[in-house]
Design a protein around this ligand. Structure first.
Ligand code: GLU
Length: 257
């Protein structure tokens, strides 16, 4: 079984931009164990800009594109160093892939990307993917790692995609503002109501970036890939998800005829 796991900045780093060692170490341990049991794992990891900020000692990245790109260059090293260190402790190799939109839109590049990823999996390595932030201009941008993870998952025919974030799943309203908000455990069809619940891009912060997660769910499920949104605070949820237990919100992939 092939599983794409996307892990977000808020799980990987503190607001200071320094790595959340407890979270990263636990995550790497659980993923290593799951991999040992026979799963193929592909990670899509955010955190480069934020960790670059921590490394460079800059409080805020601001709006300057070149600053963000420079910070991503620094932070990506820190990120991969950290993964290499913890996965190395459990005898797993990691391989870095930094992608841009053209790697998906250009058929030749897309084909190369798929064969490289398959080869990495054949070599039993863990591909760790991020957007190539240092060169991704507005036109070249995939934009966010939820979408990137969905494109990766459909490209390599993953069976499941898991988005680990800082919220338990998709709620009927913003749980930070509405005490009556309820967790939706399963979504079989992404209706306009579901999109409205996700709140659109404007409420990105309040709802834990749900708009991009719903977009990702659309891409993944349309190609038959199941997707789960779960809280990454405790990576043990990965065991539960793979055992089919009810965790977070599950979007069921459209079964191909
Ligand atoms: N590529 C960005 C980073 O590593 C994160 C983008 C995202 O989380 O959507 O900082």
């Amino acid at each position: 079984m092939r599983v794409v796991i996307k892990i977000g900045t808020s799980t990987l780093a503190y607001h200071t931009g320094h790595p959340n060692i407890r979270h990263i170490e636990n995550f790497c341990k659980v993923v290593s164990d799951i991999k040992n049991s026979g799963y193929e794992i592909i990670i899509v990891s955010s955190g480069a800009v934020s960790m670059g900020r921590g490394q460079a000692g800059i409080e805020r990245a601001g709006d300057s594109l070149s600053m963000k790109q420079a910070l991503a260059a620094i932070g990506q090293c820190e990120l991969m160093y950290t993964y290499d260190k913890y996965f190395g402790e459990y005898n797993h190799n990691v391989g870095q892939l930094l992608l841009t939109a053209s790697n998906f839109s250009d058929p030749q590049q897309h084909k190369n990307l798929i064969s490289t990823m398959n080869k990495l999996l054949e070599l039993k390595a863990i591909p760790i993917i991020n957007e190539n932030d240092t060169v991704a201009t507005q036109e070249l941008k995939i934009g966010d790692n939820d979408t990137l993870a969905a494109r990766v998952a459909t490209s390599i025919n993953a069976d499941l995609m898991i988005l680990l974030t800082d919220i338990d799943g998709l709620f009927t309203a913003d749980p930070n503002k509405d005490p009556d908000a309820k967790l939706l455990s399963q979504v079989d069809e992404i209706t306009p109501d579901i999109e409205a619940v996700a709140g659109g891009a404007s409420s990105k912060v309040g709802t834990g970036g749900m708009a991009t997660k719903i977009e990702a769910a659309k891409i993944a499920t349309a190609e038959g890939v199941d997707m789960v949104i779960a809280n990454g605070r405790n990576p043990d949820v990965l065991y539960d998800i793979l055992e089919g237990k009810q965790v977070g919100t599950k979007f069921t992939g459209v079964k191909k005829k």
